[in-house]
Write a protein that binds this ligand. Sequence first.
Ligand SMILES: [Zn+2]
Length: 172
Amino acid sequence: MNIKKLITFWLLMSLMVPLWADDPNIWPLVVANPMENITSGFGYREDGFGGHTGFHPAIDIAAPEGTLVVSTITGIVVDHFPPPDGYWEGHPVFGGCILIVGEDGWATFYGHLSRSYVHEGERITKGQMIGRVGATGMSTGNHLHYAIMIDPQTYLGREFDNIHERSATWKF
Ligand SMILES: [Zn+2]
């Protein structure tokens, strides 16, 4: 194998490996410079808007309406509020939103969606398209509210196998 082939192989592998890992190590949306478009970070904020005062346990990523949103973990759709479509209002704060729970204690949450391509109970693969960016719920502009949650037991050395059962009782 010559050096050029080796470098190509290494580049391909470095692109693929994040998709194989269990943790949510990929961006949840397809935009050119997501890092530069984080409009609200993780932590405390004083410029409260629409009940968002206080601790913000997520990041907000600004993106044009309709930008593709992908799941950052493989898991089950546990909570699903379809975006408003005339008869269903979505979540009062997060509008169209999706909660996906993985098999190893990870959960990820996607809010303010304009469209959804999933339903409750559906199994989602990491990197799979789940919806599109919007401004539904309490939002001043098009952005994705993205949160990662982790079961504390992951860090407490206890085994568990009923994550789906327990997470089904989580509410926002
Ligand atoms: Zn947010």
